[in-house]
Design a protein around this ligand. Structure first.
Ligand SMILES: [Mn+2]
Length: 427
């Protein structure tokens, strides 16, 4: 199933007049605030977010998994699904692979297929949170932190192998997320587990190509419920600094305890030049992996406000960020959900670009707390959807990606091609 340029052109023609009317109204309003619409459209047009290969099938919970139908049964199928999302939205021009779930059998063919869809390979993800069949040493009691040297070495070697796969595909970053931790007090020696992790990461880092980055992800709990070795941004930053200049912290929105001020973490890491990547999702309670912006859209905007400020005031030399959606789909069509997430991310980005930074700085200087809040909320409450749609159409995408996806009955066609019961690889 491929979306053709003709499909998109016909769809856009149908919706163009409507969107232009909305856009003209917005342009008139925003120009009074000193916002140049064409500049905004250019910034939005270039914005790309990677799709994780594991998010294209049904995720399931601890209690069950319900097939979606037409799920991708191979890496080729996963690339085709991202191809559909990218053709419709023009904001998903990258895929993030998970090894060993997505080991390419024919690298040249995989690269060519990605190229046909206009997709590049973003950060590679290693997996030391589950044992693979026939594995000589177990990760049951930890991987990079394990008290047994043999298990640690196995996990280190796996990460080096992931780098090699990534090099063949043209990726330039390795994301490490560890499930390592303890479920009961006394189970682990905190200091030794941390020390082992630092040494293991350092060894992986020493195998990192010069143009690569190491991204260290953190998470407070789950699958372990008493302690996690890399539990928070501070621990991640400490480990990254212990590795070297090309190691950075990766923030996953769902990897925080309730009510954590994530935008402040973003500001702090960018001030240190150490924010390497971002995993977008949303949550009500924990690592819920829900659609971006479905629960806390204002928080998403506030985070983008700090990201935009950080990118515009980058004296610490923070590297360009690896943006990725990290979500799981249990009840919705994954492709539809990912497009909803991309829309929410683009909206938050556009709203953040509308913040009058100069006025905000002045209000902060005058301790005008009311005005500080007003400036942020004025941007947040602007309905930027026509701008996001126009930017997407300018890049060759659809004005209404979800509408066209449904009209073309893409899921129905995928079920026809792949069957109702196929299970996505890896999950
Ligand atoms: Mn993540």
């Amino acid at each position: 199933m491929r979306i053709s340029k003709e499909h998109i052109a016909a769809h856009n023609e149908e919706h163009q007049a409507d969107n232009e009317a909305h856009l003209a109204f917005l342009d008139a309003q925003l120009s009074k605030q000193g916002v140049t619409l064409s500049l905004l459209l250019d910034q939005l047009k270039d914005f790309q977010v990677a799709i994780p290969s594991w998010a294209l099938g049904a995720g399931g919970t601890r209690f069950g998994r319900f097939s979606i139908g037409g799920e991708p049964g191979s890496l080729e199928d996963k690339l085709d699904d991202v191809g559909v999302i990218h053709a419709l939205t023009q904001t998903a021009g990258a895929i993030s692979l998970h090894i060993p779930w997505d080991i390419p059998k024919d690298t040249a063919a995989i690269k060519q297929r990605a190229e046909e869809h206009g997709i590049v390979f973003d950060a590679m993800n290693s997996n030391t949170f589950q044992d693979q069949q026939g594995q000589p040493f177990s990760y049951k009691h930890g991987s990079l932190s394990n008290s047994e040297k043999a298990s640690r070495q196995l996990a280190i070697d796996h990460n080096i192998e992931v780098i090699q796969y990534g090099q063949e595909l043209g990726s330039n970053a390795l994301t490490v997320w560890l499930a390592d931790g303890a479920s009961f007090p006394g189970q682990n020696n905190f200091r030794k587990a941390l020390q082992n992790t630092q040494e293991s990461l350092h060894e992986i880092y020493s195998h990192l190509p010069q143009d690569w980055k190491l991204l260290v992800e953190y998470k407070p709990y789950e699958p372990n419920f008493y302690s996690t070795v890399i539990q928070d941004w501070g621990t991640s930053l400490m480990l990254a600094e212990g590795c070297g200049e090309r190691a950075h912290t990766l923030v996953d929105l769902g990897h925080h305890l309730p009510n954590t001020n994530i935008e402040q973490i973003v500001a702090t890491l960018m001030a240190k030049g150490r924010l390497g990547g971002f995993h977008f999702n949303d949550s009500k309670y924990g690592d819920d992996d829900l659609t971006c912006g479905s629960i806390k859209p204002y928080q998403l905007f506030l985070i983008f406000n700090e990201l935009v400020y950080g990118m515009q005031n980058n004296d610490a030399g923070n590297p360009p960020l690896a943006w990725m959606i990290d979500a799981s789909h249990n009840v919705k069509d994954p492709i539809e959900d990912l497009m909803q997430s991309l829309e929410a991310i683009s909206i938050a980005y556009a709203q953040a670009l509308l913040v009058d930074q100069q006025a905000l700085e002045e209000a902060q200087r005058n301790h005008d707390v009311t005005m500080c809040q007003e400036i942020l909320q004025r941007a947040y409450r602007t309905d930027v959807r026509p701008i996001v749609a126009a930017a997407r159409a300018m890049a060759g995408g659809a004005l209404d990606p979800l509408g066209l996806y449904r009209k073309l009955d893409v899921r129905g066609q995928l079920i026809g091609e792949r069957g109702k019961t196929v299970v996505a690889t890896g999950l």
